[in-house]
Design a protein around this ligand. Structure first.
Ligand code: OOG
Ligand code: MG
Length: 261
């Protein structure tokens, strides 16, 4: 930790205001170049406290930068973790107001819902046993930083660019699908823009939940029963414009779609 509580509070407030006003701020590492991972998660935790104090509920947890496609796109090698808020949940097949965001991107993910608490340190067996079902999810990312230049510490503080998500399709029991070979096709305005298989995420998306549980264990936290977890983009994230229609087809899990209006 390099920051004191006052600075953490100030940076969390700036990030929250940037989101609320759609007014991006300069990357926080420009002003505080020595920030470390603990600082970044401390700012994210403070942001989360601010949101829940003002009435938001936590709708789920997320892992990011868990696939080669994303790591390559962002030029990083380490996964990151964040949270989703209830106001970010968008209906499958519905319209999403483009003006809610600064510069939205979308990515296809596989989501897990737990039926038991998961306490790290744990392994894939623990996660499989504690998973109720898996289902499609599309994350809508947005950065609260000006002319978005990527650095991991700033992105973690900004809740890993979480903005909104669409989940739906056909949930399935985890033992009924092979998540590694499960194919995913991402379409924008009827054209295929990317495709992947579930193995893109750490060889098996359940590994992403293992990493999340293990990261939380270091803070004496667990993944509660009934938690919705997004395991990270299988494809690179793609930019969207007003009017764009996004559809993602998942082998065995149905599809989800949305239009930005
Ligand atoms: C960081 C968010 C990463 C994922 O699934 O890889 C993420 C970003 O791309 O801005 O959510
Ligand atoms: Mg994501």
């Amino acid at each position: 930790m390099t920051l004191d509580g006052k600075v953490v509070a100030k940076l969390a407030e700036q990030l929250e205001n940037a989101e609320l006003n759609r007014a991006p701020i300069t990357k926080i590492t420009d002003e505080y170049p020595d920030l470390d991972w603990d600082d970044a998660y401390e700012i994210q935790d403070e942001l989360r406290r601010r949101k829940t104090n003002s009435g938001a509920r936590i709708a789920g947890l997320k892992a990011g930068l868990t696939s080669q496609a994303k790591m390559k796109q962002m030029n990083v090698r380490e996964p990151v973790f964040g949270f989703m808020c209830d106001y970010g949940a968008c209906a499958d097949g519905g319209e999403i107001e483009f003006d809610r965001f600064i510069a939205p991107r979308v990515e296809a993910e596989i989501a897990f819902v737990t039926k038991r608490e998961i306490a790290g340190p744990c392994h894939i067996g623990t996660v499989l046993a504690a998973t109720d079902f898996v289902l499609p999810a599309v994350e809508i990312l947005d950065s609260r930083y000006e002319n978005f230049k990527f650095d991991l510490i700033s992105v973690v503080a900004d809740n890993t660019s979480a903005a909104a998500f669409v989940s739906g399709g056909n949930p399935r029991r985890i033992q009924d699908v092979d998540l590694r070979t499960l194919g995913i096709v991402l379409e924008k305005n009827g054209e295929i823009v990317d495709l992947a298989a579930g193995a893109a995420v750490l060889g098996q998306p359940a590994e992403s939940v293992v990493m999340l549980a293990n990261m939380l264990a270091r803070k004496d936290q667990v993944i509660p029963s009934g938690t919705f977890i997004m395991t990270g983009g299988v494809t690179a994230a793609i930019g969207v414009e007003r009017g764009d229609h996004i559809a993602v087809r998942y082998q065995d899990l149905g599809s989800v779609s949305m239009r930005f209006v």
